[in-house]
Design a protein around this ligand. Structure first.
Ligand SMILES: [Zn+2]
Length: 146
């Protein structure tokens, strides 16, 4: 195995749970080459979107200051907002206890919306649970902060 030039630590079999959970080394687990990235609004803490990052997307996000992702459907790297102008300026990156999920804290540029539908957040609908309704799990639009 060659030494990685990536700007973060590679996981090795020698890493202990203690190292990963309590150490100061950023060693994210890219399971199958991908890590889930939850994008949140820096000011409201609202969840804006979810996407996957591969190693290159993570590296570009870390070095450019703008969120990049890996599209599984298009099989390509993309920068969020490269066409719409609604780029995501990274203000912080967090990882969870076992370092297999990222939270990317952003400020949205352009129109200030994160979703391609024009909604501020991709999570603009709620599954309404009503066992007595003809459709017990209907989708309802949520009121989100703007
Ligand atoms: Zn969306």
């Amino acid at each position: 195995m060659t030494t990685s030039t990536r700007p973060w630590g590679q996981r090795t079999p020698a890493d202990t749970k203690h190292d990963i959970e309590l150490g100061d080394r950023f060693a994210p687990l890219l399971d199958g080459g991908l890590i889930p990235a939850i994008v949140t609004d820096r000011h409201t803490r609202e969840i804006l979107m979810f996407a996957w990052m591969n190693e290159e997307a993570l590296e570009r996000t870390l070095t450019s200051g703008y969120a990049h992702f890996w599209s599984r459907s298009r099989n390509k790297l993309w920068q969020k907002g490269e066409e719409s102008g609604n780029r995501l300026a990274v203000r912080g990156i967090h990882t969870d206890c076992d370092q297999d999920v990222l939270e990317v804290e952003v400020e949205i540029e352009g129109d200030g919306v994160a979703c391609h539908t024009g909604a501020r957040s991709c999570f603009y609908r709620e599954v309404e649970i009503d066992p007595t309704a003809p459709r017990p799990f209907a989708l309802k639009r949520r009121n989100l902060a703007r």
